[in-house]
Design a protein around this ligand. Sequence first.
Ligand code: NAI
Ligand code: MG
Length: 504
Amino acid sequence: MSIPVPSRQLFIDGEWREPLLKNRIPITNPATELIIGSIPAATSEDVDLAVEAARRALSRNKGNDWASASGAHRAKYLRAIALKIKERKSELAELESMDCGKPLDEAAWDIDDVSACFDYYADLAEGLDAKPKTHVSLPMETFKCHVVKEPIGVVGLITPWNYPLLMGTWKVAPALAAGCAAILKPSELASITCLELAAVCKEVGLPPGILNVLTGFGPEAGAPLASHPNVDKVAFTGSSATGSKIMASASKLVKPVTLELGGKSPIVVFEDVDLDKAAEWTIFGCFWTNGQICSATSRLIVHESIAAEFLDRIVKWTKKIKISDPMEEGCRLGPVVSAGQYEKVLKFIETAKSEGATILCGGTRPEHLKKGYFLEPTIITDVSTSMQIWREEVFGPVLCVKTFRNEDEAIELANDTQYGLGAAVISKDLERCNRITKALNAGIVWVNCSQPCFCQAPWGGNKRSGFGRELGEWGLENYMTLKQVTEYISDEPWGWYQPPLSKY
Ligand code: NAI
Ligand code: MG
């Protein structure tokens, strides 16, 4: 028996508030197709309230407010949040799993990452106190200059459904550490755990308005947040199409944005690899989280001399993946997130077939699962570079394969994409790995692995995968702005208008 889904309202100004239009969105468990609860649907009036609350929170108790308090002060709250999340780990993992279909083990791993990420940004918040200013040496000794980092202000954070709480955390933790007040708008397809984050913040006594959580649809709740004149910055993770809309609306107010968008990442496998090791990383790189990962290495580029044997190997590994209800012990692949996503992935597979590709394995519903949005992990060969399956992000468990003859061809195929998020190279020859790493146009390169992600290292992409980097110290910079302070320290008058006139 699964746990009940808490019934929550919007979280605005430290209180639970019914959305002004009183609408709710049903939550469907993708493994059972049953409705298991609902979330409130915010609209632009609720966004206005949340933005006002965030703005107030930054100007409350002048002198001792969130933004100007010490980093150590903010770190205390971040650590308290991390601890509460740790305490609620099994419950949060279960809720996450029911909401987006990821295996319970994976969801538990995500929740560990969530609390580690809050702790990590608590450390960085404390680090801000240790270095309050940077001195800049100037060529004129009559001036002295320093630079301070300040929080950017009120930030709008819009996140997707594949790592619901973790993607929220990647933005909320650094924003709060920096001294910003935030409005988080999670995906309408998976918001339960972000509302629980709000509950955690209430429990630890986070000052009202510092974090507001608005659930709801993109056009009704996300768009008014992105275009709000009183929001100083927008950080978004999701599809390139929505990212482009957000950038367009932010541009009208010259509002800074960071965008973490789609991908079609390559994994290049050379002829010298240990076949089993490489096979496991290859399928993990594409089928972990059901391929619903922006950085999934969904294009396998394998040396022609080992291609036949390697394909046998990855099919063998793929068939070992346990597909089941995500709550079942040992589950390694659950359903995709929604009926819409299920249809979308099946359509990609149909189009690949109609364009002449071959389905090597998978491509259909597993026989033993009659209900739920389950799909067998799919490997597609006989792919040409003009096919949709090679070019577009599927966001599902679908790997497509091409072979190469030499390094140059491998690099050309790997970079043959509008995206530039992740890329992986597998070879025992580390010099070769270094050459390939340099040649890959991607924000993240994995060598002899694919996908592991650590909150200490920067995350983000090139080209149409977006810009800006989250995580690590770079993630904190996203929520800060620089102030140059220059002081005239000479006793002499400036002398530009008063004789004797200065000459240049
Ligand atoms: P999406 O990119 O539309 O949704 C991401 C977030 O943006 C959600 O919170 C959504 O409510 C919000 N949003 C949607 N329209 C908005 C707008 N006009 N203004 C402001 N916020 C808006 O992704 P969606 O609809 O969930 O999935 C569509 C496709 O995008 C998927 O099939 C998948 O292929 C891809 N996708 C890619 C992700 C990535 O990380 N690269 C993440 C999620 C989806
Ligand atoms: Mg859901």
